[in-house]
Design a protein around this ligand. Sequence first.
Ligand SMILES: Nc1ncnc2c1ncn2[C@@H]1O[C@H](COP(=O)(O)OP(=O)(O)OP(=O)(O)O)[C@@H](O)[C@H]1O
Length: 282
Amino acid sequence: MQGLPLQFTNVSKAFSIKGKALPVIDNLSLDCPAGSFTALLGPSGCGKSTLLRLALALESEDSGSLRIGGDSPRSICRSGAVGVAFQDAALLPWRSVESNIRLPFEVLGRKRPDAAKINGLIELVGLKGFEKARPGELSGGMRQRVAIARSLATEPRVLLMDEPFGALDLILRRQMNLELQRIWSAKRPTTLLITHGIDEAVYLADRVIVLSPRPARVLADIPVSFSRPRGAELLRDPAFHHVCDRIAALLDPETSAASAAAETAALETSSVTAPAKTGTTA
Ligand SMILES: Nc1ncnc2c1ncn2[C@@H]1O[C@H](COP(=O)(O)OP(=O)(O)OP(=O)(O)O)[C@@H](O)[C@H]1O
């Protein structure tokens, strides 16, 4: 399995509320190369989920274009090449763990996968022994793992995640971050993660996109080049906190404009355009 590139080109989108246009995305361009891991951060209500919904063909753009592997989101999603995980695990409560993970095959009208494949996914997310359990018998973190296994069931080449760990406590969230890093490293789907957690974004992604308040524009595009695999010690690294602080300044309405100007100037004077795969600086 190889990731597919995901490209938003000059995408704009407005909703109509009581006859008035509400611009949500403003001429946004974003290129996510095949196999990359991009985190999207932005103020609440700025349009992050709308971007994801466009990529899932659940909404359509007013102008601009969106391509996944050069194809339209609608046809690529129909092919099962896109996996998705939301904040709410959204499992079917009457079905077992293995049966929930099999669900995408039924939705796509595909033949039932081998038991070995489903068991492999269950093992991948660390839920061996819980194959027959119902969602009600699992903890919140375990349910999220089932949702992640399900999002990987069709071996997606693109993984879209909207605050998948938002409802979990800090410790569980860190465990899930490790898990997701491991899964992504093994399968390398092109991943777009929406999160409100700055440290989660910097820990997981090789690039953090900071969006403006609605309508969403790209305020800053920050490469993160800490070497992988990233362990818990990275969370104590001053260089890690430096990147988090830069991003926090971009998200703070009081310092945002000055920080965005500084990031743009830094990018213009920097020769580095892509994150390196090794090294400990970002
Ligand atoms: N189907 C819709 N119809 C009308 N307005 C919508 C619709 N979907 C989203 N909006 C509006 O678009 C704006 C952006 O919503 P969106 O859910 O994309 O934001 P977000 O950045 O994901 O927010 P949060 O971080 O709080 O989850 C909000 O003002 C929301 O009310």
